[in-house]
Design a binder for this molecule. Structure first.
Ligand code: 5GP
Ligand code: ZN
Length: 134
């Protein structure tokens, strides 16, 4: 994709702090750090997101995510990591498949999502609606 910022990083047309590369993916530090060491694992090939990625390629990439997480936690000396992926709007800014690796540290007070408790009755109705699509 000519105008895709992550494709440009893969092709080294834009600078990045890439610290890992394999056949299917690369990992580098996010330019905006949610916490110290916040990294992205992205596909080398352009896919918009989780919805359209080839399932076989996805298997390789998720294994790369695991490998990077195992090493990154050691490198940073931490035990916790949030792994997330934004897909579609709202939420996704760069439409090239990527996983956020967000290091967690005790007392960081990072709030990933504000959450609301729901009654079992409401959850039951919601699950019934969703189940029709499986
Ligand atoms: P999302 O699409 O999941 O909302 O976020 C895309 C992420 O890519 C953001 O956290 C943003 O800071 C990061 N990002 C966007 N452009 C660049 C870039 O040129 N270099 C790096 N290292 N990160 C980028
Ligand atoms: Zn791209």
């Amino acid at each position: 994709m000519p105008d895709c910022v992550f494709c440009k990083i893969v092709k080294k047309e834009l600078p990045s702090s890439t610290f890992y590369e394999d056949e299917y993916s690369i990992a580098f530090l996010d330019i905006k750090q949610v916490s110290e060491g916040h990294s992205l694992v992205i596909s080398k090939k352009h896919y918009e997101n989780f919805f359209d990625v080839d399932p076989v390629v996805l298997q390789h990439i998720i294994l790369s995510v695991q490998k990077v997480v195992q090493r990154l936690t050691k490198a940073l000396g931490i035990a916790g990591m949030n792994i997330s992926t934004n897909n579609g709007r709202p939420g996704q800014e760069v439409f090239h498949l990527h996983f956020h690796l967000i290091p967690r540290r005790a007392g960081d007070n990072l709030m990933m999502w504000p959450a609301t408790s729901m009654s079992p009755e409401v959850l039951k109705i919601m699950a019934e609606r969703i189940r029709k699509f499986f």
